[in-house]
Design a protein around this ligand. Structure first.
Ligand SMILES: [Zn+2]
Length: 147
């Protein structure tokens, strides 16, 4: 079976099926099936694993109908943020980390065209932007600069 990335993330984080179902607005039976499919043990009741920034992130995003994600948590000057371990993180940074398995270089910013999008995979960091600039310059060198 195909397991949704956000469901898998919370399953790996050790959250109980019902919590995941509630957080992500999915069917608890589906979450249980996904747990079996991933070969993960049942979450032990009463033992709460320490929440990671990623856990907090998944609890604060809401998928949109057009394939992006909205932030339901706090914002600062329009930027989605969350507090973890006494530190503020931008949701963009965490989304970038989830999608790329590494921290962004410099700022991670939405690159999908939707303002304040928090869907993992919809952000780029400074390295991505530099690369894109280089590619654009290369194209401009070949095809000329568009008007
Ligand atoms: Zn997006």
């Amino acid at each position: 079976m195909k397991v949704r990335a956000d469901v898998a993330e919370l399953l790996h984080a050790g959250l109980p099926d019902r919590t995941i179902a509630r957080e992500l607005h999915v069917d608890a039976k589906g979450v249980s099936a996904a747990r079996v499919a991933l070969g993960l043990p049942k979450a032990k009741p009463g033992r709460k694993p320490a929440a990671t920034p990623e856990d907090l992130f998944w609890r604060r995003v809401k998928p949109t109908d057009d394939g992006h994600m909205e932030w339901t948590g706090h914002t600062s000057a329009g930027t989605p943020i969350l507090r973890h371990g006494g530190q503020l993180h931008t949701a963009y940074r965490i989304a970038f980390h989830i999608a790329n398995g590494r921290d962004p270089e410099g700022y991670a910013l939405p690159s999908c065209g939707r303002e304040h999008c928090t869907k993992p995979g919809h952000h780029e960091d400074r390295a991505d932007r530099v690369r894109e600039k280089r590619v654009n310059a290369l194209y401009a060198g070949i095809f000329g600069t568009p008007e």
